[in-house]
Design a binder for this molecule. Structure first.
Ligand code: ATP
Ligand code: MG
Length: 359
């Protein structure tokens, strides 16, 4: 039977997919259902994805299924035992995966074999939930740690440390040419979403009369965010309570919020170095690879360099094409996995009574 391989980076904010037919897409990890019959009629759809959700947000009930890199309500740490909330998150996540697969135009009759990147230390319970979802929308699916997939998109011959800086988590992984063990991975419950919240909190204290919506805070961070020793003015126009828009310099709160992310990355790197044999430190320090949306933060490479210089010579590289690095690595893993291994996964599924539900 013909096969379509897919690699998926199933992130808190974005879901990227790359397929062996050369297609690739990235969309926000969000689903919207029309709020009422008026909205349904006007939109002409039962369910909306990605940018369309943003565009029609007032007319929709919106679900973002992940929080801090975990399925919402999937465990005590991600919202507790709310059964209907969990069912909603699962349905949303499944629809998003299905939509991602449809977006790469799978030829009819092809078997779909996929590798899905998930947070490095996702709980066993959460991994099981994600695996079940993936297996409902693909013929055979396996999960791999996200930063390992990110690293696998590189032709990296040396030992390296990969840092995947996402919206919900920062994931680190030691790459050395074999599948990583638990010991080689670390997840930090911090990411871009926390920076946005922190920036808003600092803005509310520093400029209480300015009104700053979450989406605006995020885009200011993405366009102007920076870390490092030099503070430069960042004038932005913001609406004010009961008044006209004003130009406000947001540099101090923005810099402070972005620095919390850079510090979390440095703490993670220090912890990884502490865990790993000092014999490898100089090689690892020289090959620090940054991926994920947060890797685009201005000044982050120099910040890491100076924070770790007491360990030795530091080399920080930002992976290019960071939106697709995880999905590309996952596809490479899928295509390099031996046929017998895919068959073994499939047979194990069959033994456990699993059947892919017809899409
Ligand atoms: N230029 C930029 N500067 C700083 N942060 C940025 C920039 N561009 C994107 N980001 C942030 O990167 C994050 C999204 O990155 P990414 O798509 O890798 O996350 P994700 O894979 O969905 O999340 P996770 O891996 O945690 O589940 C968001 O917080 C976004 O605001
Ligand atoms: Mg990610």
């Amino acid at each position: 039977m013909d096969i379509l391989f897919v690699g998926i980076d199933f992130g808190t904010m974005n879901t990227a997919i790359v397929a062996s037919n050369g297609m690739r897409t990235v969309q926000q990890t969000v689903v919207g259902w029309p709020r009422d019959y008026v909205a349904r009629k006007k939109l002409g759809k039962e369910v909306l994805f990605g940018e369309e959700v943003q565009l029609h947000r007032l007319a929709l009930n919106i679900v973002r299924p992940f929080h801090k890199g975990a399925l919402k309500y999937g465990s005590a740490s991600s919202g507790g035992a709310d059964q209907s909330g969990l069912e909603r998150s699962k349905l949303a996540a499944k629809l998003i995966l299905e939509n991602a697969i449809q977006s790469v135009d799978p030829p009819s009759g092809h078997q779909i074999l996929g590798v899905v990147g998930v947070p490095a230390e996702a709980s066993v319970q959460n991994k099981q939930l994600l695996l079940e979802l993936a297996r409902e929308v693909m013929d055979v699916a396996v999960l791999v740690p996200e930063p390992f997939a990110v690293g696998f998109c590189q032709d990296q011959a040396q030992n390296a440390l990969v840092v995947d800086i996402g919206a919900g988590t920062i994931d680190l992984c030691h790459l050395y040419g074999a599948l990583p063990t638990e010991h080689d991975q670390l997840t930090i419950a911090y990411g871009g979403d926390y920076v946005d919240e922190d920036f808003m909190k600092r803005m509310a204290e520093a400029v209480p009369h300015a009104r700053l919506a979450l989406g605006v805070a995020r885009s200011i961070k993405e366009r102007h965010g920076f870390v490092g020793t030099e503070l430069h003015p960042v004038p932005v126009s913001l609406p004010t309570r009961g008044g006209t828009p004003q130009i406000v310099d947001v540099s101090v709160p923005l810099h402070a919020a972005c620095t919390t992310l850079a510090d979390a990355v440095v703490d993670g790197l220090r912890e990884m170095l502490d865990r790993l044999d000092p014999e490898f430190h100089s090689e690892l320090l020289a090959h620090i690879l940054l991926g994920g949306g947060g890797s685009q933060l201005r000044g982050l490479d120099d910040y890491i360099d100076s924070a770790l210089e007491s360990y030795g010579q530091v080399g920080v590289t930002r992976l290019h094409d960071s939106a697709f690095a995880g999905a590309t690595g996952a596809l490479r893993l899928a295509m390099s996995m031996p046929e017998e291994d895919w068959k073994a996964v499939q047979q194990a599924d069959q033994r456990s009574g699993f059947r892919r539900r017809a899409a």
